[in-house]
Write a protein that binds this ligand. Structure first.
Ligand SMILES: Nc1ncnc2c1ncn2[C@@H]1O[C@H](COP(=O)(O)OP(=O)(O)O)[C@@H](O)[C@H]1O
Ligand SMILES: [Mg+2]
Length: 403
């Protein structure tokens, strides 16, 4: 070791050699995935002086544009993931596509948070439905189907119409289909068993966000209302309007018990349907789980003392969690899904002049039809005004408003 160098160790016990006067060994998180969620994790980690090291799909992708230490590799590249794990204090993911065996293998180099055992329930909808059943968590009736005959039997049980899902690798409504005929499942059987669920006639879709750290501390945000457009999250209102305190508490406790029972570390998002039972009482049904920052929590960047991205970073490093109090009575977020503009940022002058209260988040992604390329948020005490502002700003970014 020369006089310019010293060996420093961080709390995970890794030895790192740094130059004197250079930055000291910052806590470092490895993130698998290079999309907007990793990008927004970086936006939250930077003020804390916490460093991210990302495994990204492309060197010019959303996260790679803001994370100087990005390695290009696919999420099933075992060698690249082991190499990443060797250089970080903890490893996390921004999507569900890392094989379970690879995550287990990475445990020998750094804690994986959430770990493979927990993440399985966000990766596989059949495993999730089975586990939720064991835990007594309310959800739609469901069947595993392997053949057209199974589908026919499930359709008979569920009144002739149902929801067909691929158990793995679905997102934004890809891998979800409403069916009323056995043949509508034919083209999906090649990948293995499918899930057929009761079609819940929901009045509202909501999401409960919970954060948990390895030591067990849990913090939750208020339940939010989500609106999907063709299966993709489009609008989020926080807190969910028109939900009584008893139901909100029930949903929060459902989310927290799932986080505890599955030993989730980081952000858990529980998507739920609210539907009326025969007495007219609004009841929750769990739809699916995500174990990472989630689209239903983007509003927390402006709307809460601690954003979901900061909370995820804290939880993954087992740091005390931040306050989840609201900074305003209402927060509204709208996704930008595609645009008629070549680059929606060209419309900033108009959009910013007209909606000075709106906060803009663009992910550095090229425009493609219906692709999530950004979101806008407004917070305030007037829900209607916030809704009008975000929808107005979003329309300008989509190129629909030429005033
Ligand atoms: N059992 C169901 N009943 C009614 N609608 C459903 C059901 N399952 C899914 N949906 C609708 O499809 C959307 C996407 O389904 P989801 O299972 O959440 O898939 P993804 O993984 O693509 O988010 C849901 O947000 C909801 O609008
Ligand atoms: Mg979903």
């Amino acid at each position: 070791m020369t006089s310019e160098q010293k060996t420093s160790s961080n709390h995970a016990g890794k030895q790192r050699v740094v130059g004197t006067g250079a930055k000291s060994a910052a806590p470092r998180i490895g993130v698998i995935g290079g999309g907007q969620l990793a990008r927004m994790m970086q936006e939250a980690a930077a003020p804390l002086g916490i460093e991210l090291d990302a495994l990204v799909e492309a060197s010019d992708g959303s996260a790679a544009q803001v994370i100087p230490e990005s390695r290009v590799a696919q999420a099933d590249d075992v060698a690249a993931i082991m190499e990443l794990a060797r250089h970080v204090d903890a490893l996390t993911v921004e999507h569900e596509h890392v094989p379970e065996a690879t995550l287990k293998q990475a445990e020998q180099f750094a804690p994986v948070r959430p770990n493979a055992t927990a993440l399985r329930y966000a990766q596989d909808k059949i495993a999730m439905r089975t586990r939720m059943g064991e835990l007594g968590i309310p959800g739609p009736r469901w069947f595993t189907v392997n053949s057209a005959d199974d589908v026919a039997a499930a359709l008979r049980e569920l009144g002739g119409r149902a929801v067909l899902k691929t158990p793995r690798d679905g997102y934004d409504g890809k891998g979800v289909r409403i069916i009323d005929d056995v043949r509508q499942a034919d083209d999906w059987f090649a990948e293995g068993p499918l899930l057929v669920e009761e079609l819940i006639p929901f009045e509202m879709e909501v999401a409960q966000l919970v954060a948990r750290r390895p030591s067990g501390e849990i913090r939750s945000w208020p339940v939010v209302r989500t609106v999907q457009q063709q299966g993709t999250c489009f609008e989020v209102v926080a807190p969910a309007p028109g939900i009584g305190e008893a139901l909100a508490t029930e949903i929060r406790e459902l989310g927290e018990s799932i986080a505890r029972e599955l030993a989730v570390v980081g952000i858990l998002a529980v998507e739920l349907f609210l539907a009326r039972d025969s007495d007219g009482t609004l009841r929750p049904y769990v739809n699916e789980l995500a174990m990472r920052p989630h689209n239903s929590g983007h509003w927390t960047i402006e709307g809460s003392t601690t954003s979901q991205f900061e909370q995820h970073v804290r939880a993954v490093l087992d740091l005390p969690l931040g306050d989840t109090a609201l900074r305003a009575p209402w927060s509204v977020m709208v996704n930008i899904l595609g645009s008629q503009l070549r680059d929606p940022r060209d419309a900033y002058p108009q959009a910013m002049a007209r909606y000075p209260s709106v906060k803009f988040h663009m992910y550095g992604k090229a425009v493609k039809p219906r692709r999530k390329i950004g979101h806008v948020t407004a917070v305030g005490s007037d829900l209607q005004a916030a809704l009008a502002a975000v929808h107005g700003a979003a329309a300008i970014l989509r190129g629909e408003d030429s005033e």
